[in-house]
Each structure stands twice: as structure tokens, then as C-alpha cells.
Design a protein around this ligand. Structure first.
Ligand SMILES: *Cc1c(COP(=O)(O)O)cnc(C)c1O
Length: 221
């Protein structure tokens, strides 16, 4: 049962770890079941699907966008999310900032760190990201707040490898956060951990786990 899973997460998650319920490919009824069990943060990964769902669901849902965002869809998304977690290029970041300025809103974002061996090519390497902050690239943003990092571990059964990936994401975050000369405000989120590996992610410092399958069951693509 969706509601049982939500309650279990709310009971078991340590202080300081938020659950993002990943509802992509699942219908509004399933989202409502989770909502009625007390869940408020939901994650979606496709713009069209997300935009179709919002008007059908309660306004106090905090929507996190977690999928690869094509630049031509930024405009449709800006102003509708609590957070865009999947900012994977400087071009995208600049565009989000431009569109947010035009819309008169501030968009909260995470920058995606790429450490996994395979899968997505999307995201910044840890070196690129640290270099971006150290060169103070973020200072030119007027309507975007970078709240932290998002990442994924390698898709493998090798627990040591998964743990090493999460550690690298968390270390990248800490290197940036602990650089006091940057004067970053509100840089506090490490979004990592999915259905198969969130236990390890929490041990390695995750503040936001993104869980779909464990809550909603398998997706029918
Ligand atoms: C789909 C997705 C998830 C959830 O994955 P599950 O294995 O179903 O928990 C988490 N993060 C991202 C970026 C996703 O696209």
C-alpha cells in the first residue's frame, strides 16, 4: 500500500532527511494516496506529464523536478517548482536564471554532479563544479538560488562502489559549502539515494532521498 510505505518512511527516516516521492509515470490517484498519508514533496521528471498533473492536485504540494530538462522547456517550468534538482549544464543554469528574471520569480536549484561510471552523461564532474564555484560564476545569477547538489550512484550491485560514489558527491558538496570565502547562503541540500540504494545514501550524508518504486510500485513506461 502506498500509504503504508509513506508512513513507514516518515517513521523511519532520520532527522534531517526528507523524502521526495518520485511519482513519474504514476497517476494522480496514487499521488493523492501518498498525499493523504502526509507526503508533501513529490518528484517528476518529464515536463509535459508534470504540467498536466499540477492543476489536478493540491496546491500545497512541493514539486521537485528531477529529470533532464531540455532548454526549450525551461520557460514552461519556471515558477511551477519548489526546486529544479537536475541542473546539469551552465547553459541550462543561465537559461533558468534568465527565464526566472523575466517571470519575476526566484528558482531554487540543485546542480547535478556526475560520478557514476555509466548511465547518464548529464551533469558536472566534481572538478568542474568546484571550479565553477571557486571562479564565482554563481555571482552573476540574479534569480536563481543554488541550494546544493544532486547525484546518482553507479547502477551496480557492488555496494562498495555505490558507497564510494555517494561519498564523492557528498565530498564535492562539502568542499563547496566549507569554502567560506564564497559566502554561499542556503547551500545545504545533498539529494542522493533512490529505491535501491537510499540506505547507503543516508549513511553517506544525504538530506533528500528520491524514492519512486518502493512507494508506488513498478512504472509502466
Ligand atoms: C526515477 C528517478 C528516481 C526514483 O527511482 P526509483 O528507483 O524508482 O526509486 C530517482 N531519481 C531520479 C533522478 C529519477 O529519475
Amino acid at each position: 500500500m502506498i500509504s503504508d510505505e509513506i508512513k513507514r518512511f516518515h517513521d523511519e527516516l532520520p532527522q534531517g532527511v526528507e523524502l521526495v516521492a518520485v511519482s513519474k509515470f504514476h497517476p494522480c490517484e496514487s499521488i493523492m494516496e501518498a498525499y493523504n498519508a502526509g507526503q508533501r514533496i513529490f518528484g517528476e521528471s518529464r515536463v509535459q506529464e508534470f504540467l498536466a498533473k499540477i492543476p489536478q492536485l493540491p496546491a500545497d504540494i512541493e514539486w521537485h523536478f528531477i529529470g533532464h530538462l531540455q532548454t526549450n522547456k525551461v520557460k514552461m517550468l519556471v515558477g511551477k517548482t519548489a526546486m529544479i534538482q537536475s541542473v546539469d549544464s551552465l547553459r541550462l543554469l543561465k537559461l533558468i536564471d534568465d527565464e526566472s528574471r523575466k517571470a519575476g520569480v526566484t528558482t531554487r536549484c540543485l546542480v547535478q554532479v556526475h560520478v557514476a561510471q555509466e548511465e547518464t552523461k548529464f551533469g558536472f564532474s566534481p572538478e568542474e563544479l568546484i571550479e565553477y564555484f571557486e571562479s564565482r560564476g554563481f555571482e552573476s545569477l540574479t534569480n536563481t538560488q543554488i541550494c546544493g547538489v544532486m547525484g546518482m550512484a553507479s547502477n551496480t550491485d557492488d555496494e562498495a562502489r555505490i558507497r564510494a560514489d555517494f561519498k564523492q558527491i557528498a565530498d564535492t558538496f562539502k568542499t563547496i559549502r566549507d569554502n567560506e570565502s564564497l559566502g554561499l547562503q542556503g547551500f545545504e541540500v545533498i539529494s542522493m539515494g533512490m529505491s535501491g540504494d537510499y540506505h547507503i545514501a543516508i549513511e553517506e550524508g544525504s538530506t533528500h532521498i528520491r524514492v519512486g518504486t518502493t512507494i508506488f510500485g513498478n512504472r509502466n513506461y
